[in-house]
Design a protein around this ligand. Structure first.
Ligand SMILES: C[S@@+](CC[C@H](N)C(=O)[O-])C[C@H]1O[C@@H](n2cnc3c(N)ncnc32)[C@H](O)[C@@H]1O
Length: 303
């Protein structure tokens, strides 16, 4: 092949090449600081609304989600306990639990080195932070000792695990829990019979790309996996209406972010940061009642 033809071929392949996919570490390192616009405590999840709360005040609803998880973990605050956060972000939930459980030792794992650093700094600056360990580990293969936790939870992080049935994630959680230990998963799930309109399918695919999610959990399949692994007392609570008040905050948080951080911000807007702006806007379009996504708290007890 002549050099000029090879150059033309090379040039055209560069011109048509799709941009590389953003990976989880890159996404959370670049877009991570932007979560400050959502939560001053870096609660990187939706809120849980209870009657009597002010739906316009976001942070208490985000904190209420931590309290809801804690209640379902069924930890006795007067006894020593070991608790694991599978996908801990900057450790906001861990710090909330450490405040409420004076005898607990807590461990958080995340794959993102930036989050490990930030979480450790924040823990060091809080009174109960010395009972929290943060490790850079993959929650599907942590290499932590078997049966060493009384309870484990995953808030909006299990969606990143492989496969629609989340087998590897559940297998590892099962291995790490002692018999009688509790598992709580809070996340968006797909109803298994998810007939999406082609337009909605495109929005859904874009949402997955933005949040670097390979495959959302399918509710029936996750439940079946829990049963298969011998979990009992399995409870699935759909809480679409509980999280809705915090979902309604998305438009103005986005607008405020665009004004402050995009228009006048000093940090360069990268693809990962734009994705983090777009994903929450797309989410309601594929969630109940418009689409097949449901937000659930799934809890179970290890046999
Ligand atoms: C949306 S954030 C939620 C963080 C935290 N649970 C919260 O509610 O504030 C998702 C988290 O899952 C973590 N994650 C995703 N895949 C993971 C994996 N394979 N192993 C460990 N952590 C993972 C990310 O690093 C990130 O910290």
């Amino acid at each position: 092949m002549s050099t000029s033809r090879a150059t033309v071929l090379l040039d055209s392949s560069v011109a048509t090449a799709k941009p590389e996919k953003v990976g989880l570490e890159e996404y959370y390192s670049e877009a991570g600081p932007d979560y400050a616009a959502w939560s001053r405590e870096f609660n990187m999840h939706f809120g849980f609304y209870r009657w009597g709360m002010n739906p316009f005040d976001r942070e208490p609803m985000l904190e209420q989600m931590n309290i809801e998880v804690l209640e379902r973990l069924r930890i006795d605050p007067e006894r020593e306990s070991r608790i694991l956060d599978l996908g801990c972000g900057l450790g906001a939930t861990l710090r909330s639990l450490a405040r409420r459980l004076p005898l607990a030792s807590l461990t958080g794992v995340t794959r993102v080195p930036w989050q490990v650093e930030q979480a450790r700094e924040r823990n060091a600056a809080t009174p109960h932070g010395d009972r929290i360990q943060i490790a850079q580990l993959d929650y599907e293969k942590t290499r932590l000792p078997c049966a060493c936790f009384d309870a484990a939870y995953a808030i909006e992080s299990a969606c990143y695990a492989h496969g629609a049935d989340k087998t590897a994630f559940l297998e590892e959680a099962n291995r790490l829990l002692r018999p009688g230990g509790r598992l709580v998963i809070v996340d968006g799930f797909l109803r298994s019979s998810n007939n999406m309109h082609p337009m909605q399918r495109r929005i859904f695919n874009k949402l997955c790309e933005c949040w670097v999610i390979e495959s959302w959990g399918e509710l029936d399949r996750v439940e079946a996996q829990l049963r298969l692994r011998g979990f009992r007392d399995i409870r699935v609570e759909e809480c679409q209406f509980r999280v809705a008040p915090s979902v309604f905050h998305i438009p103005w948080v986005t607008l405020e972010f665009l004004m402050r951080d995009v228009l006048f911000g000093k940090r360069k807007m990268t693809r990962a940061r734009w994705s983090n702006v777009l994903a929450p806007v797309l989410l309601p379009l594929v969630s109940m009642p418009l689409g097949p996504m449901v937000y659930c708290v799934v809890s179970a007890t290890k046999e």
